[in-house]
Design a protein around this ligand. Structure first.
Ligand code: PHE
Length: 365
């Protein structure tokens, strides 16, 4: 075989190599110690100078061409292997998870999210306060001085410690102390809701020692009971997702509001469930007490650092657990805090089911 034929044959075989082992086998066959091209190179030693001058460049050129072809084929096979591996190992991150999500949102959290969403739309911010509260914020500033009988009504949990300035410490008995904290820290005007845990020494099927309230507070100029009623109606229509919410306002008493208003809502029994809606005076309907509210007492405004001749406001407090029970049809409050995963699986909400006004706040999971 002349060099040109050897070269064509070698390059054809290299181009036909299907894997890296085949390339390596060809390298050994051509360029290894016993290789055919290595053997050709050895023949140069036995040649005359003239012969070597004409044969040398051809044989070296042949070796170079084969070396380059082997390297190119090797690189091509390697990159093809990488491509194939990348294609095979592709992960489609848009596919749904193979396993169903495990956790769920507790109905109390869900309802709190719904409340925040509804009230945000009305321009309310969310405020918070400590669960371990001092008796000034929990009682005194809310127009319940030490001797006030309403203090006894709250079945308060007292802590053994006191604050540095000698105030008694309690587990807050309601979210109303956040009214005081918000007024003192933000001043007026003010529009807040304050959802959170509250504590009273009380326990039966409708009372637990810890439960949840949401406080509402609006402070501005010229605020009156009409604003309160409109706000509550708008909130309850959005929350229960029905337009036929009918409220009945009854005179009541809270030390921190004057006048104080107990708010009832009409409901009917449907399939053994209370369903909110309609007038309580309509056939088959009745009234149910839902929340406490009223115009913020002058003493409370003053304790919050505001001039009661300049500012007025209304406030309300609702049980969040109770709202959840009414909306989602649970009947035993204690189950809320048992931590039973079967109950949660039944009543819990998907973590992805974020309440929004546009999608409907809190469609059952
Ligand atoms: N704090 C009252 C309670 O726990 C509820 C309430 C709040 C009443 C605000 C009037 C105004 O019962």
């Amino acid at each position: 075989m002349d060099h040109e034929a050897t070269r064509r044959d070698a390059l054809d075989r290299i181009a036909a190599a299907q894997d890296l082992e085949a390339v390596e086998a060809l390298r050994v066959a051509f360029l290894g110690k016993q290789g055919s091209i290595s053997a050709l190179l050895k023949t140069l030693g036995g040649m005359s100078p003239e012969q070597r001058q004409s044969e040398g460049p051809k044989i070296h050129g042949l070796r170079e061409a084969v070396t380059d072809a082997l390297a190119a084929r090797k690189a091509a096979l390697e990159s093809a292997a990488l491509e194939a591996r990348l294609a095979a190992e592709t992960v489609d991150l848009t596919l749904p998870a193979a396993e169903a999500p495990r956790g769920s949102i507790h109905p109390v959290s869900q309802v709190m999210d719904e409340l925040a969403e509804i009230f945000a739309d009305l321009g309310f911010a969310v405020a918070t306060g400590p669960e371990i509260e001092d008796d000034w914020h929990n009682f005194t500033a809310l127009n319940m001085p030490e001797s006030h009988p309403a203090r006894a009504m709250h079945d308060t949990f007292y802590l053994p410690d006191r604050t540095d300035d000698g105030r008694e410490l309690v587990l807050r008995t309601h979210t109303s102390p956040v009214q005081i904290r918000a007024m003192l820290s933000q001043g007026a005007p003010l529009r807040i809701i304050a959802p959170g845990r509250v504590y009273r020494s009380d326990s039966d099927s409708t009372h637990t020692p810890m439960f949840h309230q949401v406080e509402g507070l609006v402070i501005d100029k010229g605020i009156h009971l009409g604003h309160l009623k409109w706000t509550l109606e708008t909130f309850l229509k959005a929350f229960f997702e029905r337009d036929d919410i009918v409220l009945r306002l009854r005179p009541s008493y809270f030390p921190f509001t004057e006048p104080s208003v107990e708010v009832d809502t009409g409901y009917a029994w449907v399939d053994g469930r209370r369903v909110i809606g309609g007038s309580g005076d309509a056939p088959g309907h009745a009234w149910m007490e839902l929340l406490g509210s009223g115009m913020v007492n002058r003493h409370v405004l003053a304790a919050g650092g505001l001039d009661p001749d300049e500012w007025q406001g209304f406030a309300f407090g609702v049980g969040v657990d109770r709202l959840a029970m009414l909306k989602y049809g649970m009947n035993d409050l204690r189950a809320f805090f048992d931590g039973d995963v079967r109950w949660l699986r039944h009543y819990g909400f998907s973590a992805l089911d974020v309440p929004t006004l546009s999608a409907g706040v809190g469609t059952p999971a």
